[in-house]
Design a protein around this ligand. Sequence first.
Ligand SMILES: C[S@@+](CC[C@H](N)C(=O)[O-])C[C@H]1O[C@@H](n2cnc3c(N)ncnc32)[C@H](O)[C@@H]1O
Length: 285
Amino acid sequence: MSSSWGAVHRWVKPLPSIAFRPSGRLLPTIQSTSPFVISGAASYSKWAFKSVADADQVVVAADGNYGSKQVISVTPRLYDYLLANVREPQILRELREETATMRGSQMQVSPDQAQLLAMLVQILGAQRCIEVGVYTGYSSLAIALVLPEGGCLVACERDAISLEVAKRYYDRAGVSHKIDVKHGLAADTLKSMLHNGEDCSYDFAFVDAEKRMYSDYFELLLQLVRVGGIIVIDNVLWHGKVADPLVNDPKTDSIRNFNKKLMDDERVSISMVPIGDGMTICRKR
Ligand SMILES: C[S@@+](CC[C@H](N)C(=O)[O-])C[C@H]1O[C@@H](n2cnc3c(N)ncnc32)[C@H](O)[C@@H]1O
């Protein structure tokens, strides 16, 4: 039987060990106690708070342009609620808790992001997947847990120390046989996969490594993924910096340019989702 997200592994909820960190991935960008400012969107400012006393409910858009639909922002309280409704397998929870003690722990995807990745893999019926940027393995393990027994995830990572943690958890979860760990620079690995004739043979890819390489990873993955396959890109909202015209550092510019390129790219259908630090789901046409 294939490991299914929730069927084989115990779910833990709520997720009490998640701490909101000032620069961490799990921190919603808006603090309920702080004034809420939307850069470059002055026309929406009147919708920022329902009332000052009720600052935990933040409406970011509710005008006629969107059919007066109230679009809300995730506040700390709401995010707690959302996390309490995530079905996180016990083994992923343990990995998350161990990673929380390590340098760079803010890099791992959040439980709700991991659950969405697993859901996409399942909806797609994916057998062959690629991950670019493994770190200690949280997102790759979430994917591997839902892959069928004959499925395969090529996991690309340059850092040997974090890979040791990932491999320990793959073993513990009983999914090592589904994961082909590629230690090295991800672009080199993807190029050698193409060189080996693996083009159009993958169903799903997740990109979560060097931000300034996103465009290169995307072009390589677009060749490796089949028509109808999916490429998910992480950090596309980059802590909100992409929407702030005053921020022009190289990483922000790079992600902003990449987002624009995707917007104009007719080779894929796209959906930018405000989950975690923002993920864009691309489907190859
Ligand atoms: C954001 S973390 C990945 C987090 C992971 N997806 C998770 O959920 O735990 C990014 C990882 O990409 C790796 N990385 C960065 N540049 C890379 C490259 N050029 N080739 C391979 N791995 C790279 C880093 O070492 C780091 O572990």
